[in-house]
Design a protein around this ligand. Structure first.
Ligand SMILES: [Zn+2]
Length: 251
């Protein structure tokens, strides 16, 4: 039986750092996988909504265009009536008839003016709607561009993911075998406590790299000495000095 190797604190810390780095890679993959499909689905929904908006504006423009055609026809009708009345006025028998015809002509002239006003307003309305339509179309083009990028990204991640995930899962198993059971238990528990999955963090200049709680100089030098495993008083994460943290590199 080979004798069980007694690990130094530094070795134990290095193993933990290694495991943390591997697990963080797995977390990264999970996050990428977890959020991109949602982003793609959201964008697809949004684009669908924008297309509906585009269709609605186009229909509104068609409606106003039809209204303009109606008003133009009304103008033509009034013009035809005026011509007819003018012809009639050549054959009037008395003043009363003449005045009556003149009144009709005046009324048709007013009708034409009113229709022309409607047409002018409707044309302004169309200009505004065309502007809205342009904006909607540009918005759709932008979103579709983003969607394409995200979709491609997602496909790449899914393709790359399988390989990477398998690779890091294997590494994680190997790294776990190098950490004592009790320490591994604490590590797993702490990791589960935080959304970012960080159980082992470097000391930033003067604070915990996980919760930014200040670490007094005395404790900082303890951490650097690698004589015992030190946890953050505030969040409970295992603290390591930056140098040791940087020395552990992922393969
Ligand atoms: Zn902390």
């Amino acid at each position: 039986m080979p004798q069980l190797k007694e690990f130094s604190v530094e070795e134990r810390l290095s193993s933990l750092i290694n495991l943390q780095k591997i697990d963080s890679k797995l977390d990264e993959i999970k996050i990428l996988k977890g959020e991109l499909p949602m982003e793609v689905a959201d964008l697809e929904d949004e684009i669908h909504g924008l297309h509906a908006r585009q269709t609605r504006i186009e229909e509104e423009i068609n409606g106003v265009t039809e209204f303009i055609e109606e008003r133009k026809n009304a103008v033509k009708d009034s013009e035809a009536l005026i011509k007819k009345y003018e012809k009639d006025s050549d054959n009037v028998k008395n003043n009363r008839e003449f005045e009556a015809i003149n009144k009709e002509i005046e009324m048709q002239q007013l009708e034409i003016k009113l229709a022309e006003k409607h047409i002018k307003d409707a044309n302004e309305e169309i200009s505004e709607k065309v502007e809205l339509l342009d904006k909607a179309k540009k918005n759709i083009a932008t979103k579709e561009g983003t969607l394409e990028v995200k979709k491609t990204e997602l496909e790449k991640i899914i393709a790359a993911n399988e390989k990477d995930e398998k690779h890091f899962l294997k590494l994680s198993q190997e790294a776990k075998a190098n950490v004592e059971e009790r320490l591994l238990g604490s590590y797993t528990k702490i990791r589960g406590n935080f959304r970012n999955g960080l159980a082992v963090v470097p000391v930033l200049p003067d604070a915990c790299g996980g919760c930014f709680y200040a670490i007094p100089p005395q404790k900082q030098s303890e951490i650097k000495q690698h004589k015992k495993i030190v946890a953050c008083e505030n969040c409970g994460r295992i603290l390591v000095d930056e140098e040791l943290n940087n020395n552990v590199e992922l393969k």
